[in-house]
Design a protein around this ligand. Sequence first.
Ligand SMILES: [Zn+2]
Length: 803
Amino acid sequence: MSNKLDRRSFLGRTTGSLLATSILPSASRAAGGTLEDGMAAAQPGGGDLINPADPVGIFPRPHEMSESTGRFLVNEESTIILPGAPSENDERLARYLVQELSDRYGVQPRVRNENSLPKGDRFILMGSISNPLVREFCREHRPEVTAADPGREGYFLHVDDRSIVVAGSDDRGAFYGMQSLRQLIGKGEGQVHVKSVQVRDWPDKPFRGIYLYVPGRDNIPMFKRFVRNFMARYKFNTVIMEMNACMRFDRHPELNEGWVEFTRDTNLSRRNYPPGPLHDREQNSSHQDCGDGALLEKSEVAGLAEWCRYHSIEVIPAIPSLTHAFYLLSRHKDLSEVPGDKWPDTYCASNPNSYKLLFEVMDEFLEVMKPGMVHTGHDEWFAPFGLCPCCKSKNPGEVFGNDLVKVHEYLANKNIKMAIWGDYLLESVRGQGLRRHVTPDGWVYHSPGAMTPQQVKELVPKDILIFNWFWSESEKGRSNEAQLDDYGFRQIYGNMEPDVEGYPERIKRSTIIGGAPSAWEATSEFNFGKDLMYSFLGCSNLLWSTGVMEPAQLSSTVQASIPGLRRDLSGETTPSEAGDAAVPIDISSSFNAPLRPSPFSIDLSGIRVGRVTMGNRVFDLESPGAADGKAIAMVGAEGETPNPLPREVQGIHVGEDATSLIFLHACARPSTNKEAYRLIWDMLDSADLLGWYEVIYDDGLPEVIPIRYGVNILEWNWRSHPRRGVYCYGADEVSCGREGTDSISFFAFEWTSPRLGKVIRQVNLKGSTRFRGAVKGFENHFGNVIPNNGVMLKAISFVKKRT
Ligand SMILES: [Zn+2]
């Protein structure tokens, strides 16, 4: 692909050169501090039970918070009180908290209506200042909470041993107060409790979004968990959902059929970009994994929008217009701006039939999703200009501007606002006039640069919200945002990342109203888990609290929070988390390598000995030297050069009907986990494959478990240099170094047996051979063979059958 800028390509380029400001309590653990209370992390110090740490963990960090001693105990005697005539929002908050306490903590508090605050007994009260009980509480006990103070979406939260009170400046404020409350709930010694605090909190920015693809049908449950347990919890209030033809159209069923053929053609050709562009020119990115390449019924899409609204999240459908129009043109190639593309990406803006089609499709989305704003794309206008007879005599900037005007007017007449990507409004981003390109076969063509400043001033409606993805220092981001400001636009940081340079100072510009990180890959737990936790959490903290975290600290915090994040997104509780103890299996007879194995610079001589406990999981870090100086089972992943390490360790004896196995492993050195969108046709392999386990049952049937970097393994010395965005979603860090030694980490990966009752005879550990994963860019092929690596297995524990 050429060196043209596209929205996604800069994502890997931004680097963190930030002023580090800690948002974590100073008492946070060496493991980095979790986003929330409640999960145990391994602690250094010999052999030993790890106490779940108990920091007050509201994330994003509240603006004002004080802690005090004491706690509110939550049990069946606790009562959530509602006023005599509760509002819909009051009832939503009560129901939500009851569900949370029941599902996660096994407590079902009562709900009762009261006409005044109860004297004496312990109660939970949540609502906005329109709730009369909340008003009464504020009058009697606390500072003013008004519509203006803390203000829109702001809240006051008070917890002591007698009461929990959430008082919102508005309904959303009360909702976010409850989200903070959710994060304070803990369980210990058989009791569910909430730590005593006082919080006064409000968002820094009003627009806190995430850009993602509408989920495919199989991923709707995960999307709903993501909305409830992630977006709402971390106080995002907007989702920008790209739709394409992923909803069944009544008036244009041919687009659905064309979409499915388009996605299939692109995937089965093993391409990131669609096959068959004219002269192999660069087209728009295809997004063939949107909706998992298929479509939903209207009722399903309506249900998604409804679910978001219930969680105080506004839905902005992204309906690509002008560009990224594969979904419109798959069966209307006569509307293409470029004759000859197999899959056209750009419609002709001089053909009235383009708008007839676009608006008919838009109408169906508007009816179903009922949005207040639509994102209409308008980026990456890469199409050759001058091939289309209708457009060739026109000025490109005017063609672009007139398209914006038409779409804007159509939406404005329905009282719907509009958002676009802003690259073609800035010559500093897209250049001036026509831009020359040469295709691989030598064909020369020209594509439009940006509109001129004059055209932007005269043509473009200034109430269009601009998604600014060109904010980084390397794009001269500060002058870009100043230019948009001068034109009179409001903007948000699109494709936002936690390392916007100079963020606290730049966002003082009042026309920057927020931001939205982007997914650009199928909405699935695998993708979001491995690729996006770092960006999403870092941005949540910036947008709500303006809290800048230094990259190593943020990576560390994300890793420490992984157990909770994984439970929230997967909706699953592993056997060991469900309360069953995981006990060690003696695998020392399979050890084949010492604590300082060659050929890598690995030194595990500072590793702890004996047993280590993490929550319900007990691992046996067998004494080094117990088996001829051999202390780990290790295999090599062979890269470009021969790897002297063995490729397999066979016959690690298990001999148990295990409910789950927990592998405590680490790799020899860093490898890569690239974003899934760099390998759309084979997203699993966007994370480097280092090896795999074969779990062999007594009857001989194997189960194969891939070991992938950033998915379920990281390197043994990750702790000493956590890098920007490097974490591992599927396994939990266990700090294994002795105190006073360099840190040594292994990663606990729990695998639940799909065949309960069947005895697992053995495990074989294998290393991969000449694996090729994703490219750095977006080429339509795999990347280079990965460098040599090694997988080190230190221990296996298992959860026993319940008796
Ligand atoms: Zn045209």
